[in-house]
Write a protein that binds this ligand. Structure first.
Ligand code: ATP
Length: 337
């Protein structure tokens, strides 16, 4: 049986390559330097393939992004720009980048453990509050570093937290596609993100800040502990309306076994006023992450339902996207997606 290791990881794993100062290569075909292998992930913007560098044999991940418009290219350039600054063990590392006009490709460290939520719902896993603190602490460490570089991630959600290996307890934050450099003296408003995880100031198109990521971390923590999504409505509009009033509770029986410290941790993140939200540094000092959390097994039945529903939504969206691109699908593709 695989049990989620409840001990905090000791030391750091050697990265598969030393930190690199990446410049985007223009007019070079990635296939000249890398063997592209099977697809390992897909998001709204990119398709991610396993790949191998021909000269070194190094195994990596290549995120291909279609960039027909100038705006699309600028987005990938921004992602690369941000990632060059973010050299930290809790964050996905950049290896190379290519610009071929209609397509751009970002070569990344390969992370093989899969999405955090997919792993914790595995029947072989025993999820406890203590193991949740191990994951949440690492997420806050990664975010503290991102914020120390004056960058906002702006797309924190469970799909963007990957496990380093299938059995260890180390995680990494991925996907800096929406990240922005942030100058607190300048006004910054955005209108993007995933409704379930975005903060009220995003929905209201108000000034955003470091607290915007911390709200999303609060939502992730709520879902991880309970399998319930605090603001989820039947439609995106309903979800966003729930977010703007910032009202949620711990009334469901899923919270009966959850400690007051864990609830307090969430309450200090899911605060409507961005100024009053806990920072990443404060979160790391919170008693839930500092203390000795409970080791009783948590039920993952609701989290399983949550993850399965997400898989279906993703599969349907993939099919819609492929149809839009003109692909003809066999009936089996829906089940396989
Ligand atoms: P989104 O729709 O969330 O904006 P995106 O198009 O920006 O996504 P990513 O989130 O970067 O794309 O990647 C899509 C998926 O590919 C991820 O959810 C993850 O499962 C997988 N993935 C991304 N990077 C890696 C990596 N370095 N190693 C392994 N798998 C990865």
């Amino acid at each position: 049986m695989i049990k989620v290791d409840e001990e905090d990881p000791i030391g750091e794993v050697e990265p598969s390559f030393p930190y690199r100062d990446v410049q985007i290569r223009r007019g070079v075909d990635i296939r000249d330097l890398y063997d592209l292998q099977e697809e390992i992930g897909r998001g709204k913007f990119g398709t991610v393939y396993r790949c191998r560098e021909k000269s070194t044999g190094l195994r990596l991940a290549a995120k291909m992004v279609s960039t027909p418009k100038r705006e699309d290219r600028r987005n990938v350039e921004r992602e690369v720009d941000v990632m060059r600054v973010l050299q930290h063990p809790r964050l996905i590392q950049l290896y190379d980048a290519f610009d071929n006009g209609k397509t751009m490709c970002v070569v990344l460290e390969l992370i093989e453990g899969g999405e955090l939520f997919e792993r914790v719902i595995d029947d072989d896993f025993i999820l406890t509050e203590k193991s949740c603190t191990v994951f949440m602490r690492q997420i806050c460490e990664g975010m503290e570093f991102i914020h120390s570089k004056h960058i906002l991630h702006l797309d924190m959600k469970p799909e963007n937290i990957l496990c380093l290996t299938k059995t260890g307890n180390r995680i990494k934050i991925i996907d800096f596609g929406l990240a922005r450099k942030f100058d607190p003296t300048k006004k910054l408003q955005v209108l993007f993100g995933t409704p379930e995880f975005v903060a009220p100031e995003v929905v209201n198109f108000d000034q955003i800040g470091f607290g915007t990521d911390m709200w999303s971390i609060g939502v992730i923590c709520y879902v991880l502990l309970s399998g319930l999504s605090p603001f989820m409505g039947d439609t995106d509009v309903e979800t966003m309306a729930n977010v703007t009033i910032a009202k949620y509770d711990f009334d469901d029986e899923a919270f009966n076994e959850i400690s007051d410290d864990a609830k307090d941790f969430i309450e200090k993140l899911l605060v409507k006023d961005i100024e009053r939200r806990m920072t990443a540094a404060q979160a790391l000092r919170h008693k839930w992450l500092q203390g000795v959390a409970a080791v009783t097994q948590l039920s993952t039945a609701k989290l399983k339902r949550y993850v399965i529903k997400k898989r279906w939504i993703k599969a349907v969206n993939t099919i819609i996207a492929l149809r839009r691109m003109g692909a003809k699908l066999e009936p089996d593709d829906a089940g396989a997606a």
